[in-house]
Write a protein that binds this ligand. Structure first.
Ligand SMILES: [Zn+2]
Length: 596
């Protein structure tokens, strides 16, 4: 199911190489670009790179580019450029907003431009492209042309601008064809064209005959799928992508990134750049609907006239398509009153499949304690201990208001003892939640096994394991992941130690070098037999009973006990980050290690 776990990583060393522009005076105005993926994607990232080259050629300034995929690498890349004295640094995507704000606090001289960013904060300036306005027009054409009345969209990662493009595309189609049904698939990935093709093929098998995407390099697979499927047409995104399938691309929703980059760089060099949200829609000419002239004859004149009318209408020109926080234009963080708790809970229940995943009854997965109804921040912690609850609610202690509230996300909830009176320490925990207007949401097994933000998968990803499958049956379903990792076993132990801030214990029953490694976080010492049955030589978990030493030695398996708490920190953090992006809420992780 996962083919791109170990994409090339930008190390600090290569970054320093790329980041240095030989011959440039340190005081001179220099421009840097950090992209979240390959500049060979024929869309989002290649457009930014073209913009960088246009800046270099038009303004005659030194430029530098680096690709950085993970949040840690992205922040490091911004910091490296700022430390090297670059005056203007583009972080190319929504995901750069928070890192840019953190780095900006340390390097006040640099201006950070976050393309598709969220808010202006100090010298962090978002460029907002209302691509959704062009996606809406693409949707109108698709809605008018579809024969099956089914249209499909392939998204890279679920970020607000991507969701917004999808919603606009579907709304455009429905505006001309109320019978249209639209489908949406996320890849959780920007690079894997094979996955993009598979997702598009699945949509085509479901009857979809009009496809659109916002998936960068992974979107190239969508064009392959259309080329292989008679009667299926596709709409490009971010760049004019007609060249990818000239006989199948009806048109593209285009952002003229080079034009926008040059505008901003020119102003930044002149010192006239306003430190506020820079918003570009159809009216600016930076966002455009670009039909493929080769297929013009497919689009009936009445439909073309409707699209042109929509393009001209004022409602389109400043249509924000319902985006929260976009383009407020006044600078400074946008103050939002918060999000209804029930929206967040509904989303979490669905995302984590809370009602479908089997677990012990006393796990009580889902919302465990409600609050007054609104949340404006998220705190993640492993356990719903009194200390964690008091820490999470510190901000609102004594001054809890009905307008603000915190969602406390945990892996181990409150009710393990079953039906029991709310007295003593149970009472004190619940009272502390209610006093601070905290809502408590717990996800136990549903968080362990989640394929995107789960404890097991996130830890495997961080350790660089090439995932191959699932193992470890629990209540009828596998909960662990396993895959390939070739390392001396003591090196794996020290990697785990530094990654999780723990002191892992090795039961050295297996080979000195690992090759097939499995993970079940938490207290899974009882799964050593199943790890052996899955053909693993190394099993990583949190803790186990005394007799498991002999299991490990006699089954010939390396068992690494890395701590129950330590191994289960990663899932709640990944979930809080996902939720924060989804609802545009700030989040933090509160560490309360048990040492166990
Ligand atoms: Zn646990």
């Amino acid at each position: 199911m996962v083919t791109s776990w170990r994409k090339c990583r930008v190390t600090v060393a290569t970054l320093a190489l790329f980041g240095c522009s030989p011959g440039a005076a340190p005081e001179g105005f220099r421009v840097a670009l950090v992209t979240p993926g390959s500049i060979a994607d024929a869309a989002w990232n290649s457009g930014a790179y073209a913009g960088l080259l246009l800046v270099r050629d038009s303004l005659g300034v030194p430029v530098s580019h680096v690709e950085a995929r993970t949040p840690a690498e992205q922040e490091e890349a911004l910091r490296t450029y700022a430390a090297q004295g670059y005056g203007l640094i583009f972080g190319h995507g929504f995901e750069f907003q928070a890192p840019a704000e953190r780095v900006s606090a340390q390097y006040p001289n640099a201006v950070f431009i976050v393309t598709s960013g969220e808010r202006a904060a100090g010298k962090v300036v978002p460029l907002v492209f209302r691509l959704s306005e062009a996606s809406y027009l693409a949707g109108m054409v698709a809605g008018g042309l579809t024969r099956s009345h089914r249209i499909g969209f392939v998204g890279g990662v679920e970020l607000p601008p991507v969701r917004e493009a999808y919603e606009a595309w579907a709304a455009g189609a429905r505006a001309v064809n109320p019978k249209v049904q639209s489908r949406l698939t996320y890849l959780n990935n920007w690079d894997d064209a094979v996955m993009g093709r598979e997702a598009a093929m699945a949509l085509i098998r479901a009857g979809v005959d009009m496809l659109h995407h916002n998936a960068d390099a992974a979107g190239i697979g969508v064009f392959q799928a259309a080329r292989e499927s008679p009667g299926v047409y596709v709409f490009g995104a971010n760049a004019d992508q007609a060249v990818l399938a000239p006989e199948r691309v009806i048109g593209s929703a285009v952002i003229d990134l080079p034009r926008a980059f040059l505008t901003v760089a020119r102003e930044a060099r002149a010192g006239t750049l306003e430190l506020k949200v820079e918003s570009f829609g159809l009216a600016s000419g930076v966002v455009r609907w670009v039909p493929n002239p080769a297929l013009d004859s497919l689009v009936p004149p009445e439909l073309r006239a409707k699209v042109a009318a929509a393009e001209d209408s004022n409602s389109m020109a400043d249509g924000r398509m319902g985006r929260r926080a976009a383009g407020s234009g006044e600078g400074g963080p946008v103050s939002e009153p918060g999000v209804p708790l029930r929206d967040v809970v509904e989303y979490l229940d669905d995302f984590l499949r809370i009602r479908d995943v089997a677990d012990e009854p006393n796990a009580v997965n889902g919302l465990q304690v409600e609050n007054a109804g609104t949340i404006d921040r998220i705190v993640a912690a492993v356990d719903a201990s009194l200390e964690a609850i008091e820490g999470a609610g510190e901000r609102d202690s004594g001054s809890a208001s009905q307008e603000t509230g915190t969602l406390l996300l945990v892996h181990h909830g409150l009710f393990w003892e079953g039906n029991a009176p709310l007295t003593g320490r149970r009472f004190r925990r619940v009272r502390a939640l209610i006093d601070r207007n905290l809502a408590l949401y717990s996800a136990h097994i549903p968080l362990d096994i989640h394929p995107d933000v789960g404890n097991n998968i996130v830890l495997a990803r961080r350790l660089g394991i090439e995932l191959e499958g699932w193992f470890g049956e629990h209540r009828g379903a596998p909960i662990g992941v396993h895959g390939r990792l070739a390392l001396p076993r003591h090196e794996l132990v020290s990697q785990i130690d530094s990654l999780l801030g723990t002191e892992a214990r090795l039961l050295p029953g297996g080979p000195a070098a690992t090759s097939r490694v499995g993970i079940i976080t938490g207290g899974a010492g009882g799964f050593i037999g199943q790890a052996r049955d899955a053909g693993l030589d190394t099993f990583i978990t949190g803790e186990g009973a005394h007799h498991t030493y002999f299991d490990a030695m006699e089954f010939g398996l390396n068992v690494i006990y890395a701590g129950h708490y330590a191994t289960e920190q990663v899932g709640v953090q990944a979930l809080a980050q996902h939720l924060g992006l989804r609802f545009q809420l700030p989040w933090e992780f509160h560490r309360h290690p048990t040492g166990l």
